[in-house]
Design a protein around this ligand. Structure first.
Ligand SMILES: Nc1nc2c(c(=O)[nH]1)N[C@@H](CN(C=O)c1ccc(C(=O)N[C@@H](CCC(=O)O)C(=O)O)cc1)CN2
Length: 280
């Protein structure tokens, strides 16, 4: 018996769930877990179903797509055993990368990591020690277009489903963001929408906040504006310098990014307009 994960998005109307579950049953399937949300503001229905079936994915996909055709849905079907492939990008800071590699090594993240790309050489030894191929693509204002072309080729070659910016400190171009829309996850080291841009911890110190945090979001051309996947905060006080806030914030960043990667890789994140729907 094979385990499958089905994602469905459609303009909501009566009968979609009924037809979908009927299609699963018609292929001898048994539903193990399901979640759905109908977004009144966008009118979008988001559905995630886990089921088991003896049938091949093509047979199931054909049954579902044909049965649901009148609803014009977007249907994605994946074998539960097929792990999403994450191309990780990093600059010089290693704390988020370390956390992802640790959880990956312990089998706690349902992903494959075909390669890690950096615009610096600093973390090559850490990555290669983890047995993951390392690619160095230096970036300057003059070479950004060529660097992004090389990166696009690596995404293709690696078969990566999505890209994780684990404190990758270069702004990606509008074209690159459009090409990989909904497939790039970034960790921003503040509790957005507060303290966008550079040095958020220094901004936080200057403002005298009592909570600092981190935000994982899909990357769009608008810096730090992409749809939010996960956030968390930690309490701080007047005694912490900006440098100490950087240290406190590291653990929040690690946890938030790894959680967002888990949710995306588990097919639990649905884009609905500029927001996300999380079926966890
Ligand atoms: N198109 C986007 N690209 C990136 C985003 C994003 O939201 N949209 N997030 C960043 C990560 N980030 C904040 O979370 C961030 C990183 C870097 C910069 C920045 O100004 N970088 C300078 C270069 C700095 C350097 O060389 O060290 C630059 O690119 O000119 C701002 C925000 C990742 N990319």
């Amino acid at each position: 018996m094979e385990r499958y994960v089905l994602r469905l998005r459609a303009a909501d109307q009566p009968g979609i769930i009924h037809t979908m579950t009927g299609g699963i049953v018609a292929t001898g399937g048994n539903i193990l877990d399901s979640a759905q949300y109908s977004d009144e503001s966008s009118g979008q229905l988001s559905v995630r179903v886990e089921f088991e079936s003896e049938k091949d994915p093509e047979v199931i996909r054909t049954e579902l797509v044909d049965g649901l055709a009148r609803f014009d849905p977007i249907v994605e079907l994946r074998r539960g055993s097929d792990r999403r492939r994450a191309l990780i990008m990093v600059s010089k800071l290693d704390h988020c990368l370390d956390d992802l590699l640790y959880r990956y090594r312990r089998g706690e993240l349902p992903i494959e990591i075909p390669m890690i790309v950096s615009n610096h050489e600093d973390l090559r030894s850490v990555v290669e020690a983890a047995g993951v191929p390392f690619h160095h693509i230096p970036v300057t204002a003059a070479t950004k277009a060529a660097a992004e072309q090389e990166l696009s080729s690596l995404v293709q070659e690696s078969g990566a489903d999505f890209i994780v910016l684990a404190r990758y400190m270069q702004v990606l171009s509008d074209d690159f963001c459009a090409r990989f829309a909904g497939r790039i996850i970034n960790i921003h080291h503040s509790f957005l929408p507060s303290f966008k841009g550079a040095k958020p911890y220094h901004q936080a110190k200057g403002r005298g906040v009592k909570l600092i945090g981190a935000t994982a979001h899909y990357v769009t051309a608008d810096l730090d504006e992409g749809p939010i996947i996960e956030q968390d905060v930690v309490r701080v006080d007047h005694r912490s310098s900006a440098e100490h806030l950087v240290v406190i914030g590291r653990d929040v960043e690690r946890k938030v990014l790894s959680r967002a990667v888990q949710l995306h890789a588990d097919d639990r994140v649905f884009l609905s307009g500029q927001h996300t729907v999380i079926l966890a």
